[in-house]
Ligand binder design. Structure first.
Ligand code: AMP
Ligand code: TRP
Length: 328
């Protein structure tokens, strides 16, 4: 059976948070279980260096993400795990694809504009090239499905456009990749506005948090009086209900919505129950993660196997691309 390929990745900016888990990794997990798919999941360190970082901590941050992946249940028997910079063909393909993509399109991307605002003193060419490198990550494996959160959809669109343009300018080499979204495709921030993000303090719950830390983080979430004539559409209270639905179920959310419109919600109680529910889901992940943390050689072996597998495919694609472009 010819299997369709899946590719996705997370930046090594530290331990993963609930947004990464629900929007990204849950999709990776669902797809690794399908017999008809061949999944590659990456730690995209080359994307990680486009925003401020500490070189001395880079290797340990890469490890954190691999451990989170393995703790969540990514299984080297069902998928391949790799570090992006270990397969340099990603970069080579990115350069080649960059030559067919207009600068004007790149400047309009919302993620580029956002990063410029977040790090006004760190607007580098790598940041500008970010979506092209991401397209190369996907296309170097001819991946057709890409599990990502909603924030990445504009980048998937770039990869699709590049695939189409390359195929029409040279010859048909690439499939058009599609995003695969989970139920938790957009996890809002604990602060009550924007998305949960590692770069925004107070916005996240980490997969490695213990019960007390989760309780403390939720306790700080801004809420309202707990009562009103219409349900809140945005802000802390609305975001809390999103998390209630994802971790306690739709019925629990509906019951709380009824309370909001009736006798009122007691947020203190609800937050405690929610913290417990989140921790119940994270506990087995943390235990599995510990196992791999205590077996560093096993983790290195998993990554090395991933590198070897991915290198072979990437080299083949590069050869096809260079032939199509008249470079060999
Ligand atoms: P990053 O850590 O930014 O590299 O993201 C890794 C994965 O997590 C990507 O698939 C993102 O789309 C996803 N992700 C990050 N933040 C969120 C969020 N707040 N809600 C849903 N998915 C997210
Ligand atoms: N840009 C993605 C993010 O910030 C990470 C990423 C890099 C990625 N290359 C990718 C995701 C290829 C999917 C496929 O989350």
């Amino acid at each position: 059976m010819i299997k369709k390929r899946v590719f996705s990745g997370s930046r090594p900016t530290g331990c993963l948070h609930l947004g990464n888990y629900l929007g990204g990794v849950k999709g990776y997990l669902a797809l690794q279980d399908r017999e008809d798919l061949d999944c590659i999941y990456s730690i995209v360190d080359l994307h990680g260096i486009t925003t401020p970082y500490e070189p001395k901590k880079m290797q340990s941050k890469i490890r954190e993400v691999v451990l989170d992946y393995l703790g969540c249940g990514l299984d080297p028997k069902k998928c391949h795990l790799m570090t992006q910079s270990q397969v340099p063909e990603h970069i080579e393909l990115a350069y080649l694809l960059g030559t067919i993509y207009p600068v004007s399109r790149m400047e309009q991307l919302p993620t580029y504009k956002q990063k410029k605002i977040e790090n006004p003193h760190y607007i580098n060419v790598g940041l500008f090239y970010y979506p092209i490198l991401m397209a190369a990550d996907i296309l170097v494996y001819k991946a057709e499905l890409v599990p990502v959160g909603k924030d990445q959809l504009p980048h998937i669109e770039v990869a699709r456009e590049i695939a189409r343009k390359f195929n029409s300018m040279f010859s048909h080499v690439f499939p058009e990749p599609k995003a695969f979204e989970t139920q938790g495709t957009y996890i809002p921030s604990l602060l009550g506005f924007g998305k949960m993000s590692k770069s925004i303090k107070g916005s996240f719950i980490l997969l490695t948090d213990d019960l007390k830390t989760i309780e403390e983080r939720l306790a700080k979430m801004p809420t309202d009086s707990g009562k009103g004539e219409i349900l809140p559409k945005e802000g802390g209270a609305a975001n809390l209900l999103v998390l209630v639905e994802l971790f306690m179920g739709k019925k629990e959310r509906e019951d709380n919505e009824k309370k909001y419109l009736g006798e009122g919600i007691r947020y203190g109680e609800l937050k405690e129950k929610l913290a417990q529910a989140i921790y119940e889901e994270l506990k087995p992940i943390q235990e599995k993660r510990k196992y791999f943390e205590n077996n560093p050689e096993l983790v290195s072996k998993i990554l090395e196997e991933g590198r070897l597998y991915c290198s072979k495919i990437a080299k083949q694609t590069l050869m096809e691309v260079k032939k199509a472009m008249g470079l060999v």
